[in-house]
Ligand binder design. Structure first.
Ligand SMILES: [Mg+2]
Length: 192
């Protein structure tokens, strides 16, 4: 409990550094929020999260950032039971848990239509490279986690999110300049 509060405080400090935060943060379950595959567990067991996970979820909630789940687990029943047992079910505005041939692009389409949040305002954590590749193509800032979600992954995620926002903002400015009819001055600016 003390450890959880410490992680939450540190996560809030990390979030405080960034001038822009994602509107929605999406988490995979197996080997991202918890260290096992649901289909290898019995519903009767008491699961546990990765050590930093709960503090990070709480910090996002406190900052008013929405949370969601995108999981390809074939054991959705077990996953939902575990979320209940861990007392975190209500923290998520969307829970997409179903197996799929796509690498979570279906999950994200559903999350987008449920929440209305644009892909560019989402941040995603997952432990599988192919999911990261496919989902980032949709415009979601996607972070590969090696040992579950932790403060290091959080810092990396927020940094990359911020960079992506800045890049698309710059591109937007460039387009506006290009089509504002003042092309000679914008050309000069771009060469700087
Ligand atoms: Mg996983």
């Amino acid at each position: 409990m003390v450890e959880e509060a410490r992680v939450k405080t540190e996560a809030l400090q990390i979030m405080g550094v960034f001038h822009v935060l994602p509107r929605l943060v999406v988490f995979d379950l197996d080997y991202t929020l918890w260290p096992f595959y649901c289909e290898c567990r019995s519903k009767r067991e008491m699961p546990s999260l990765y050590k930093d996970a709960r503090g990070i979820l709480q910090a996002f909630k406190e900052k008013g950032v929405d949370l969601a789940i995108a999981s390809r687990s074939p054991a959705a029943d077990t996953a939902k039971t575990f979320l209940d047992k861990l007392n975190i079910t209500n923290m998520f505005v969307a829970k997409e848990i179903f197996s799929s041939w796509t690498h979570k692009t279906d999950h994200f389409k559903k999350i987008h239509s449920r929440t209305g949040v644009p892909y560019s305002s989402m941040l995603f954590f997952d432990d599988e490279d192919r999911n990261i590749k496919e989902v980032s193509k949709m415009g979601v800032t996607s972070i590969l986690v090696g040992n579950g979600v932790n403060l290091g992954a959080l810092r990396q995620g927020l940094t990359e999110f911020c960079e992506n926002v800045n890049t698309s903002e710059k591109n937007k400015q460039r387009w506006i300049k290009k089509f504002s009819g003042n092309s000679s001055s914008s050309d000069k600016n771009e060469k700087k």
